[in-house]
Design a protein around this ligand. Structure first.
Ligand SMILES: *Cc1c(COP(=O)(O)O)cnc(C)c1O
Length: 371
């Protein structure tokens, strides 16, 4: 038995070492490290991979969220709806631009925004104007974008997709990130498309909005040293862009491998443990493979004794975090599904470089769990 970590970004380096070493060496030797050819080539390649017209790269996924909110003119006096069962980043970005985060519940099968609770929240809302809705394609599972887009249109709000965990996932055949006004990605090392450092991007097919993103991204400059509007500074660097160009080539294969591992896990039936839902109209890319277990902590120790690493993403919803509890609003009736699933969820190891032996070890550890 070997130790199987829940994620292993180093394995993705070892799998493509020759190509990555060549890419990094090329940048270091070029003498050009910021805003050069690699960044431009990656932005073009990533936009074209998704079928979008524009990609603006950023220093992180959190920065990408802040950038798109600022580019849309969302700030103090505005409200933005998202979920509480997500990476803190989603809510932190709304808070960072000075808008009020309004949190709705999730569907306990898909783990993504509950359309019913979104409708109820929008219907009952009487606070600051809701300018945007940010569904999160959590764990690689696309949120229910059809009804979310309809509700957003009815209430005059933009849809910004948080795709930080869902590079290459599709909803009714369309890549996520291309359905709302914009999609936001993170290239944190463990993400399906991960750099070996930080990075992020905003994707849009609205040219005016892309231009606004470019302005806000760099001090409001259209011409160097002339700030037309107040801006920020957030950049993907040339080394990470060169690495991401290599990694992007391997993204479809990596996602297919994650799906194959997920299918292998899904075939194991264990009492008291529910596998993640696969829905007909969406293609899940399994950034995480999340089971729900009545006796989660006992399952976790059992797997750990068999050298299988696990994680809980996320143990405490954002509206229960001390730093955010007083800064967010929750929809009518509270967030019962969000509060109950965080006690049951467990992420199992899933990454493209897992070997057949690794997968068998996880499966036999799961199979030997008895309620
Ligand atoms: C990772 C992540 C982010 C933030 O990305 P960073 O690059 O870490 O800033 C935002 N939203 C979700 C859902 C994430 O998983």
């Amino acid at each position: 038995m070997r130790d199987i970590p829940v994620a292993d970004p180093g394995a993705s380096y070892r799998a493509h070492m020759g190509q990555i070493d060549e890419a990094v060496g090329r940048v270091l030797k070029s003498g050009w490290y910021i805003m050069g050819r690699e960044v431009q080539a990656f932005e073009e390649a990533f936009a074209s991979f998704l079928g979008a017209s524009h990609c603006t790269s950023t220093g992180s996924g959190t920065d990408a969220l802040v950038l798109i909110l600022r580019a849309l003119g969302i700030g103090p006096g505005d409200a933005v709806v998202t979920v509480s069962h997500t990476a803190v980043a989603t809510v932190a970005a709304i808070d960072l631009v000075g808008a009020c985060p309004v949190l709705v519940d999730v569907d306990p099968v898909s783990f993504t925004m509950s359309t019913e609770h979104l409708a109820a929240t929008l219907g009952a809302w009487s606070g600051a104007p809701i300018r945007a809705i940010i569904p999160v394609h959590l764990y690689g599972q696309p949120a229910e974008l059809g009804p979310i887009m309809e509700l957003a249109a009815r209430y005059g709000a933009w849809v910004i997709e948080d795709c930080a965990q869902a590079h290459g996932a599709t909803y009714r055949g369309r890549p996520v990130g291309t359905i709302g006004i914009a999609g936001v990605f993170s290239f944190y090392p463990t993400k399906n498309l991960g750099a070996f450092g930080d990075g992020g991007a905003v994707i849009t097919s609205d040219s005016g909005l892309a231009q606004q993103c470019a302005l806000v991204k760099q001090y409001g400059w259209r011409t160097r040293y002339v700030s037309e509007i107040p801006g920020m500074n957030t950049r993907l660097d040339e080394v990470q862009a060169a690495i991401l160009r290599v990694k992007l080539e391997h993204l479809p294969g990596g996602n297919a491998r994650r799906q194959a591992i997920a299918s292998a896990y899904q075939n194991v039936s264990i009492g008291g443990v529910a596998h993640p839902g696969r829905l007909l109209d969406r293609e899940h890319v399994f950034h995480q493979y999340v089971v729900q277990a009545e006796e989660r902590d006992r399952l976790r120790s059992h797997l750990s004794a068999q050298k299988v690493g696990t994680a809980v993403l996320y143990p405490v919803p954002v509206h229960k975090q001390p730093g955010y509890a007083g800064r967010v609003k929750v929809g009518p009736g509270g967030l019962p599904a969000t509060e109950s699933i965080c006690k049951r969820i467990l992420s199992l190891p899933i990454y493209p470089e897992m070997t057949a032996d690794d997968i068998s070890q996880v499966i036999s550890a799961l199979s030997s769990f008895s309620v």
